[in-house]
Ligand binder design. Structure first.
Ligand SMILES: [Fe+2]
Ligand SMILES: [Fe+2]
Length: 159
């Protein structure tokens, strides 16, 4: 039994309360083995979690704060996609056009949500698409399309 004043061991993000979106935790299996890209993917996770925390807070969105978080996320995702694009073109990755399409759709969806936020859409209206984008789309992309190119780039000597 922990003594009074000891550190709580309960991790809020590990709980699966109804309506609470689990925060994203980096797992070793997400690594592609290309350190620059792995670092960028981890940095994107770091952009997602403050948004998920805001979603989990039982209060309306703090609009200015969420707008800033979305702006940062859009800017960083754009930078990361540019980097992947550079590597695909440099090494002649054949799946690049399809991959570019995925990146563009992610950015378009994010910018659409950013626009809706600016035009007064409330938290309940934005919640579902935002969670789908951060907690579902992104993990699918990272563990699917991004993993598809990793072997090709590693074979080309990218590190
Ligand atoms: Fe990526
Ligand atoms: Fe990608």
């Amino acid at each position: 039994m922990p003594g009074k004043g000891s550190e709580p061991t309960w991790q809020p993000e590990a709980a699966c309360w109804p309506g609470l979106v689990p925060l994203l935790r980096w797992e070793a299996s997400y690594n592609l083995g290309i350190p620059t890209l792995d670092q960028q993917h981890q940095a994107l996770f770091a952009c997602f979690n403050p948004l998920l925390e805001e979603i989990n807070a039982g209060a309306p969105f703090r609009l200015g704060f969420v707008a800033l978080l979305l702006d940062d996320l859009i800017a960083y995702a754009d930078y990361h996609f540019e980097h992947e694009t550079y590597l695909f073109v440099r090494h002649g990755y054949l799946g690049r056009n399809e991959h570019f399409g995925e990146h563009n759709s992610f950015l378009e969806m994010l910018m659409h949500l950013r626009h809706q936020l600016e035009h007064g859409r409330s938290k309940p209206e934005l919640l579902e698409p935002l969670v789908r984008l951060l907690a579902s789309w992104w993990l699918d992309h990272l563990t699917g399309q991004d993993r598809d190119y990793a072997e090709f780039l590693l074979a080309k000597g990218e590190q």
